[in-house]
Design a protein around this ligand. Structure first.
Ligand code: FES
Length: 106
């Protein structure tokens, strides 16, 4: 389990327990976190699960795969700390992770 903080574009935080083995996207959808749409259901084929990884967490979370990078090109307001949340697996290591959702999805 890992506690994940989702902060929306208006600054509202929601702290959710993510199950190990699920993804940051699945945790958000299951708990009705606004700002993540996940139209493709986690297949890395829509870019509507885009989040910004908090700067202190970028190293732990890691870099996107080449396939994810390609998909991120379709995201809205993509930044150096952008990731697709369906591609971030929840691990115990991610306990305390902070992600922000963009103003809107693509
Ligand atoms: S849910 Fe579609 S790319 Fe993540």
């Amino acid at each position: 389990m890992a506690k994940i903080t989702y902060i929306d574009s208006e600054g509202t935080s929601r702290i959710i327990e993510g199950e190990t083995g699920s993804t940051v996207m699945e945790t958000a959808i299951k708990n009705n976190v606004p700002g993540i749409e996940a139209e493709c259901g986690g297949a890395c084929a829509c870019a509507t699960c885009h989040v910004y990884v908090d700067e202190g967490w970028q190293e732990v979370v890691g870099q996107p795969s080449p396939m994810e990078e390609d998909m991120l090109d379709f995201g809205y307001d993509v930044r150096p700390n952008s990731r697709l949340s369906c591609q971030i697996k929840v691990t115990d290591e991610l306990d305390g992770l902070v992600v922000r959702t963009p103003e809107r999805q693509a």
